[in-house]
Design a protein around this ligand. Structure first.
Ligand code: GLN
Length: 454
């Protein structure tokens, strides 16, 4: 009730939610009954959970921020939502996002932008700006996001929250409306590293419904966070800093907060190691070919027949109806990427664009493998700048894309990443996040280091 009240009070300004549950109080009461009846429920039972609208839910509409899915009701729950419900969490609403998770500012939502609770004239990051803003504005204690190129970590960075992109395959993608299937991962957005670990423990693990889901047995990430927060020495922990990074232009206050974080970790016994990842900076270029290619294929299912919107064309052919529907139902950024993706995949251009991008992807994976032979984790600022102003980059796609420079490589390599708050930038008093990356399957390291910094 307190969270619903808070939503009532602030969401008119923040607009973190596209839909607020009308039965969350009943669900919570039911969980309370189960607990009183002696049922063993987990640590998060009864805790409200905001759910990014990319995740399908049976009891609330799922639009992925698009007009083409307005009012769409799913016949099933995303696995992460089903797992959260089983653990007694209470889905409180669906959060705003860039359309089909394409963007870094949530300005590409068909339902209007979300605003950053720290400064309502600024963006909350994207694509999962709604989830991050909801957590930062105390509208929800926990949220779920999806991260294809940074959509959990970058919103966490600009809103002073914690965001985790798990190892590819560590958390089920079943019921996450696909953007780019080889890059997408679902993960937690929270106010503390421990909260993220608790939520990750609930949503993670094998799912036979997701063909790329790992069958690993995972350690408790909440335990890893507790170990990190215990004050125990970090002696023996090697943190890599990418030598090539400072050349790519960071806001001074972001860079200073990052250096401060490294000093704090060094004081706890960690060793800072200079590493080289020469292909890291080509991640953006490769990603913006691979992602549109996969997205153009994934979005072909919005064909005016199977899902959502249909625009009728009197005496029109099937193709006319499909074209009119996609014309009306998709926003500019989605159209831009479909065109880019189909072009990159077309005969004659495939090798030059898609093929080259895949080669760069392999080089980035090798950079990581080489680096992780020497260090336990890699640290970077989570993004080059603090929250920019609404409207500042909306007409300049390239500037918007370049914002993802530090987050994208993890998706291309399938490795896990976390963004942890690291204070405010001196020049604008806005939050800065530090990102840690670990080898695939070593998500626990991120929780340990993240909690040690916190
Ligand atoms: N900003 C990136 C993009 O626009 C990230 C998207 C995401 O992670 N869903 O593609």
């Amino acid at each position: 009730r307190a969270h619903l009240q808070r939503i009532e009070e602030v969401d008119g300004d923040v607009h973190a939610f596209l839909h607020v549950s009308d039965h969350a109080v009943d669900v919570a009461a039911d969980i309370d009954r189960r607990r009183r009846a002696g049922e063993e429920l987990g640590a998060l039972a009864g805790v409200p959970l905001a759910v990014k609208d990319v995740l399908v839910t049976t009891d609330m509409p799922s639009t992925s921020g698009s007009r083409i899915l307005e009012g769409y009701m799913s016949p099933y729950d995303a696995t992460v939502v089903a797992k959260a419900r089983a653990a007694g969490l209470v889905p409180i609403g669906k959060t705003n996002m860039d359309e089909f998770a394409m963007g870094s500012s949530t300005e590409h939502s068909a339902y209007g932008p979300t605003r950053n609770p720290w400064d309502l004239d600024r963006i909350p990051g994207g694509s999962g700006g709604g989830s991050a803003a909801a957590v930062a504005a105390f509208e929800a204690p926990l949220a779920l996001g999806s991260d294809t190129g940074g959509s959990i970590r970058q919103p966490a960075h600009v809103t002073g929250t914690v965001g985790v992109k798990p190892t590819y395959g560590g958390v089920s993608r079943y019921g996450a409306i696909a953007l780019a299937s080889s890059l997408d991962q679902v993960g937690p957005v929270t106010r503390t590293v421990l909260d993220a670990g608790l939520l990750h423990d609930v949503i993670g693990g094998h799912d036979p419904q997701d063909s790329t889901s790992l069958t690993d047995t995972w350690p408790s990430f909440a335990e890893a966070a507790r170990a990190g927060a215990s004050g125990a020495s970090l002696a023996g922990l090697r943190i890599g800093v990418i030598r090539e990074l400072p050349q790519t232009g960071f806001q001074p206050g972001v860079w200073a907060a990052f250096q401060n974080a490294l000093t704090t970790l060094e004081a706890q016994g960690a060793e800072i190691v200079d590493i080289s990842a020469p292909h890291f900076e080509y991640g953006v270029a490769a990603y913006y070919l691979i992602l549109p290619a996969e997205a153009s294929s994934n979005l072909a299912k919005f064909d005016s027949v199977r899902f959502g919107l249909r625009v009728d064309v009197p005496r029109g052919t099937v193709e006319d109806v499909m074209a009119a529907t996609r014309e009306a139902g998709f926003g500019d950024e989605v159209k831009r990427r479909i065109i880019l993706g189909t072009y990159a995949l077309s005969a004659g251009y495939y090798d030059a664009y898609y093929g080259s991008a895949q080669k760069v992807r392999t080089l980035i994976q090798r950079d990581f493998a080489e680096a992780f032979a020497h260090v336990d984790v890699i640290a970077t600022p989570s993004a080059p700048t603090t929250a920019f102003r609404l409207g500042e980059k909306i007409d300049d796609p390239l500037q918007m894309y370049l914002n993802d420079i530090t987050t994208i490589p993890a998706n291309l390599a399938g490795v896990p990443g976390i963004s942890v708050p690291a204070g405010l930038a001196a020049e604008d008093s806005l939050p800065v996040g530090v990102q840690f990356l670990a080898p695939a399957r070593e998500d626990a390291r991120l929780y340990r280091v993240g909690a040690a910094l916190e």
